[in-house]
Structures are given as C-alpha cells and as structure tokens.
Design a protein around this ligand. Structure first.
Ligand code: BT5
Length: 276
C-alpha cells in the first residue's frame, strides 16, 4: 500500500533535536509557496528559526521564476526564516554559502534517514542516480522594515511515484520512493533536515566556510565533470569543473569560447553534466 503518513507538528517535534530551528513550525495543508509565506512572516517580524511547511504548493517556485512541481501528501516543501547577526564584512560570505550549505544539509539528512547516497550538482541540486530529487531556493530580504532576513526553501521528492511527475520531468526527476521502494517517514526527515541545517548554519556563522566547503566538495558530483554552463546573460560555455572557490563559485577551465583553457569562476549558472 502506498499511503504515506501525513505531516504533523507533534511527530516532527518528537525527534527534533535542534536548539533554535523549528521553535516555531507553521504547517499548512496548502500554500501557494512556503517561501512566499515565510517571506511574509519575515516581514512581520518572525524570529530566526521559524519554519513553514506545506503538504502541497499551488505555485511552488524554483530559481529564476521557474515552477517547482509540488503535489500533495507525499513530499517535503519547507522554508526557514533566518536572521544572522554577523558583522557587515561577513555578509557576502554568508549569503553566497547559504544555498550551498542548505543543499549539503538536505543531502546529509536524506542519507541519515534513508542510507541512500545523495550527490550535489552545483550550486544546489540534490541528485540521486543522476536525477534531481530535491532543490533549494534562497531569497535575501535585506531591506525589510523588520530587519534583514533570508528565506531558505527546500523541496524534496520523498514518497511520490515517478509516473506522477509531468511528462517533461520524468527523465530528469526522481523521488526517494522511486529509488528505494521504502516509504519514508516525512516527519522524521523534516526533523533531521532541520537538525542538519542548524549544524551547518552554526558552523558557517562560527567558523566560516572552510570545513563546509570540504564537505560540499566531497559530495559535489559536478567537480571533475565536463559541464555546460548557462549563464545569466543567456550565453553558454563548456568546460571542466575544477573546484569550488572560497566564495562558493564554481571554477571551470573552459573548452569553448574565444580563449579555451582559461580558468573562470562563475557565481550563478544552470549546469548540465555532459559526458566527456
Ligand atoms: C530549484 O530551482 O531547484 C529550487 C526548488 C525549491 C523548491 C522549494 S519547495 C519549498 C520552497 N517553496 C518554494 O516555492 N520553493 C521552495 P531550479 O534549480 O530553478 O529548478 C527548477 C527546475 O527543476 C524546473 O524548471 C524543472 O525543470 C525541475 N523541477 C520542477 N519541479 C521538480 C520536482 N518536484 N522535482 C525535480 N525537478 C523538478
């Protein structure tokens, strides 16, 4: 029988081991987008660590106004409100690493709960067997009257069947159920996700990115690959992904363009892993 348990705040709390994240958890049957709700809460002063979860989203968002397919009762759609008290000179580092460490934390949570190995496609796609099992959308609200805050949105395909994806996603997307045939307890996975997020956020705030960068790079299947990068200005380049820079950029040795062999660092792009 394929009947996942419903999400439930008491069940999440029964295994929640965080200090701050999740002190407030707002759970909804349906939202347009948990990021929209978390942003609205942030503007009205919600504290650091507030969590918004929905059973389904009617307008789930990806990056660059793309759509996140969000059917009800089977997956995780979760957003966190974060307020950092870092000095201004560390803000850029904080903002550039948040999406990467959110993906890292989600991968570690999935692996802890299911024992399946999750890899990361730079910057923040979660991959299982080379297909996308989750994604992260970070939004910065620097100029809010309630004070600056960030929203981290995480979507994980948990118990949905692959045939329930729209046709255009069936070849590129997967779910934990699809890979393991085990129904995952989403309440337990949410609790683990919040725990891993808190660990990563504390590490970033206290010690900066070095250790997290190592952990991220170990998990990142983009490194060492021939990739095609679609850049914000609509241009594309092909090259070998070498490493992650100190600021979280992807360092690529180009193979295409006017100067092949040049090392460049890209801060934002859509990456496709090509076979070399
Ligand atoms: C992402 O964007 O991967 C970020 C996804 C973040 C979703 C969470 S859910 C909770 C929170 N609330 C929100 O409204 N959003 C966040 P991007 O890298 O732009 O990838 C989007 C692309 O992934 C789409 O254009 C599709 O090709 C594909 N896609 C859409 N839904 C998918 C799904 N459920 N599983 C796998 N791939 C999907």
């Amino acid at each position: 029988m394929h009947q996942p348990h419903a999400l439930n705040v008491d069940s999440i709390r029964s295994t929640l081991a965080t200090k701050v994240l999740g002190h407030r958890i707002d759970l909804f049957d349906e939202l347009s987008s948990t990021n929209v709700e978390a942003t609205s809460l942030g503007h009205s002063g919600a504290e650091h660590g507030t969590v918004v979860i929905a059973e389904r989203q009617t307008a789930g968002r990806g990056r660059l106004a793309r759509v996140w397919f969000s059917p009800g009762g089977v997956n995780i759609y979760c957003s966190l409100v974060l307020r950092s008290h870092l000095p201004a000179n560390r803000l850029a580092e904080w903002l550039s690493w948040l999406p990467l460490i959110a993906a890292l934390a989600a991968a570690e949570a999935i692996e802890c709960v299911t024992s399946v190995p999750v890899s990361l496609k730079w910057p923040n796609d979660l991959l299982l067997s080379g297909r996308k099992v989750g994604g992260v959308l970070c939004e910065n609200n620097q100029a809010s009257p309630s004070g600056p805050f960030q929203v981290i949105g995480i979507g994980i395909n948990v118990n949905m069947k692959v045939e329930d994806f729209p046709a255009e996603l069936r070849a590129s997307a997967t779910s934990l159920w699809n890979e393991t045939r085990i129904l995952v307890d989403r309440n337990r996975l949410v609790a683990q996700l919040l725990f891993e997020m808190e660990q990563c956020i504390e590490e970033l705030a206290r010690h900066g990115p070095p250790q997290l960068a190592l952990a991220y790079q170990r998990r990142c299947s983009t490194i060492g690959q021939l990739v095609r990068a679609g850049l914000a200005d609509g241009s594309e380049l092909t090259g070998y992904a070498e490493s992650i820079s100190r600021d979280g950029s992807l360092r690529i040795t180009t193979r295409s363009g006017t100067h092949p062999g040049t090392v460049i660092e890209i801060r934002a792009a859509d990456i496709v892993h090509l076979r070399s």
